[in-house]
Design a protein around this ligand. Structure first.
Ligand code: ADP
Ligand code: MG
Length: 362
């Protein structure tokens, strides 16, 4: 009896100790979890950058976020067309008929841009700078150009020679100027991913202004679930898609625009007309590299729905795309997706019935 009593009186103590032990173990697991996930966010290249990195070798003295930040900053220093001192800035100021040696990065961006340019009949053009300037995008103050001004700016486009082997550029007109804004962020993301892999990281998702790369899978899951921004309400995601070792980028005029006479003009130029591209609300591309996703999403946006679908069908069977158009009938927007996204792309519950979803047939 006494013994039993003693045991009983010990019970709260035992239970307490057990509780503390469980708590300690749980906290330890929690701490480990938190430590193994590294997140970061900062501003660069005129936009927001963020990332999530799972499980990395902590014996490395460099934080993954710092490495990504340094990668982006060095690319901005080289490729920004807003900075007169950047490599692109100096190329833009250079006279005609002079051969200029360019960096590997700039040459690579031009080479890939030229591929998009060729296949899209000129819709993607790395020399859209004079048009961007004319419409007031560098002053961030729109102005409506005259047709003569548009014609003069268009006449300067594409007038250069690039040798990707020697890595040289020769402008054929002094006024020909480069703007790599349609591809540089994708290039930067690919560089950052390569640097993360070199650090031993195999699971991460990084985002640079809507240019994402999903490396590996998040711990314990099958894929990264990525949201696609609603072009009519940029704070909302209208659909999601599961991605593993894939890049995704979205182009939309809602991202940056100037207002002229109460009308909004988007920052993606249609070289064929010399005016901001119209037709699509947004174009999203899923591809192997962030550079391809970035360049191609801009290209599709310029082309508009029909030519975009034809380009995907004829030349880019290996990429997936989601095009958003103004709606017809009851639908507020029409979503067209490549057939490879069947069973993966999902409209979020709030959008079902509001946006129509169709898969392209090819
Ligand atoms: P974001 O900059 O919002 O990510 P995009 O990747 O679609 O959007 O790129 C748009 C940028 O590309 C513009 O701000 C400009 O710098 C550049 N650009 C504009 N028109 C064209 C074009 N027709 N071809 C290639 N680049 C373009
Ligand atoms: Mg782009």
């Amino acid at each position: 009896m006494t013994r039993e009593k003693r045991q009983l009186s010990n019970l709260p103590l035992v239970a307490g100790a057990l509780f503390m032990a469980v708590l300690a173990v749980t906290l330890f697991i929690e701490c480990r979890r938190k430590d193994d996930i590294h997140t970061f966010a900062f501003e660069t290249m005129g936009t927001q950058a963020s990332g999530t990195v799972y499980v990395w070798d902590r014996t490395q003295d460099r934080l993954p976020g710092d490495l990504v930040h340094a990668t982006y900053d060095s690319i901005e220093t080289a490729l920004s067309s807003w900075r007169e001192t950047s490599e692109v800035g100096r190329l833009n100021a250079a006279p005609a008929d002079t051969t200029i040696a360019v960096s590997r990065g700039l040459s690579e961006c031009l080479r890939v841009s030229e591929g998009f340019n060729r296949l899209s009949g000129g819709a993607f053009d790395p020399t859209a700078e004079p048009l961007m300037r004319l419409w007031g995008f560098y002053r961030r103050e729109g102005r409506l150009p005259t047709q003569a001004q548009i014609d003069a700016a268009r006449a300067l486009m594409g007038r250069y020679e690039h040798d990707p082997f020697r890595r040289t550029v020769r402008k054929l007109a002094a006024g020909t100027r480069f703007d790599l804004g349609g591809i540089a962020k994708g290039y930067a993301v690919d560089r950052a991913v390569a640097n993360l892999i070199a650090l031993g990281i195999s699971s991460a998702m990084i985002d640079l202004g809507g240019n994402l790369f999903c490396l590996g899978v998040p711990e314990g899951r099958k894929a990264w679930r990525v949201g696609i921004r609603d072009p009519m309400d940029r704070d909302q995601l209208f659909a999601t898609v599961g991605l593993v070792n894939k890049a995704v980028a979205t182009s939309g005029s809602y991202e940056r625009f100037v207002e002229i006479g109460g009308r909004r003009y988007g920052h993606i130029m249609n070289p064929a007309t010399g005016r901001p591209a119209e037709g699509l609300l947004s174009a999203t591309v899923v591809a192997r590299t962030a550079m391809e996703a970035d360049g191609l999403s801009t290209t599709l946006f310029v082309l508009g729905p029909d030519a975009a679908a034809a380009l995907l069908r004829d030349h880019y069977r290996n990429v997936e795309a989601v095009l958003v158009l103004p709606g017809t009938g009851n639908a507020e927007a029409r979503v067209l997706a490549t057939p490879g996204l069947r069973g993966n792309l999902e409209l979020r519950a709030e959008y079902r019935g509001l946006y129509s979803l169709e898969f392209l047939d090819f």
